[in-house]
Structures are given as structure tokens and as C-alpha cells.
Design a protein around this ligand. Structure first.
Ligand code: FE
Ligand code: FE
Ligand code: MG
Length: 162
């Protein structure tokens, strides 16, 4: 990254890079959880649910992309090994071993709620420290809030069919 660009971040760059890498781990796991969930999900509303899960998978991948680019700009290295995803993750990974629509939706809602908390926490820490990363994290948080809402709406639709 340019010298001045890094300088304006001031102290704590390494800590910021570490937190961005933890979020990067979350995004890769979220990506895969959605991606594979979209393939295996079964039951009522499977079509629209699968479509939404696929869309979210793509959006989580875009988040990973943004985080990795910023990590590099800050002079860091994005996680290089998949095994680091499980070591570094905040929100973990839930395998869709029970592929029923309601279980898969609940697992992903839980993931989004964790992501919302993580990004909200990051925003509080970044405020007054690194406005560029702050802005990026805010963009991601807006998507996670939308994801939670989309999934909760689908869950409501599902429940109203019973
Ligand atoms: Fe995300
Ligand atoms: Fe999300
Ligand atoms: Mg959506």
C-alpha cells in the first residue's frame, strides 16, 4: 500500500489486519455453507430458498474479495490456507447435515446474526482509526442485515404454509 495510505491508519494496523482476516475466514465459511446448502436443500419452497442461498453465496464471496483487497492494501496477507478458516473464524460453520428447508434457513439465520454482531463490533473499533476500512465494513454490514431479513422472510413464508 502507498506509504501515506498506510500512515493515516496510524497505530494498530496489525490488529486491524488480524480482525479482517478473521472476518475473511467467516466469509469463506459462509460462502461454502450457502453454496452447498443451495445444492442439498429439500422440502417446501426449495426452489426460491435454493435461489436465495445461491445469491447469498455469491455475495459472501464478494465480501471475501473486498476484505482480501483491503488486507493487502494495509500491508497484510490474506489467509493462505483453508485450515486457517476454521482456526480463525468468529462465527463457525454449520454443515447442512439435515437438509430440510427450515433447518438450513435457521442455520444460515444464525450465521447472519453472528456476522451482524461481528461487523457491528468492528465498526465501533474502526471509528476514528481507519475510515476507509470502516466504510468497507459498513457496506458489508448492510448486506448481512439484508441477508438476515431475506432468510427470515422465507422462514415466515414457510411457516405460513403449515
Ligand atoms: Fe458476508
Ligand atoms: Fe451474509
Ligand atoms: Mg438476498
Amino acid at each position: 500500500m502507498g506509504t501515506k495510505g498506510r500512515e493515516i491508519v496510524g497505530e494498530g494496523v496489525e490488529k486491524i489486519i488480524e480482525k479482517l482476516n478473521k472476518a475473511l475466514a467467516d466469509e469463506w465459511l459462509a460462502y461454502y455453507q450457502y453454496w452447498v446448502g443451495a445444492k442439498v436443500v429439500k422440502g417446501p419452497l426449495r426452489g426460491p430458498v435454493s435461489a436465495e442461498l445461491s445469491e447469498h453465496a455469491g455475495e459472501e464471496l464478494a465480501h471475501a474479495e473486498k476484505l482480501a483487497e483491503r488486507i493487502i492494501q494495509l500491508g497484510g496477507t490474506p489467509l493462505l490456507k483453508p485450515e486457517d478458516w476454521l482456526k480463525m473464524t468468529n462465527c463457525g460453520y454449520e454443515a447442512p447435515e439435515d437438509p430440510s428447508v427450515s433447518v438450513v434457513l435457521s442455520q444460515n439465520i444464525k450465521g447472519e446474526q453472528c456476522a451482524i454482531e461481528v461487523y457491528k463490533g468492528l465498526l465501533s473499533e474502526l471509528k476514528d482509526k481507519d475510515v476507509v476500512t470502516y466504510d468497507l465494513v459498513l457496506e458489508i454490514l448492510e448486506d448481512e442485515i439484508e441477508h438476515e431479513e431475506d432468510l427470515e422472510n422465507l422462514k415466515e413464508d414457510l411457516e405460513s404454509m403449515r
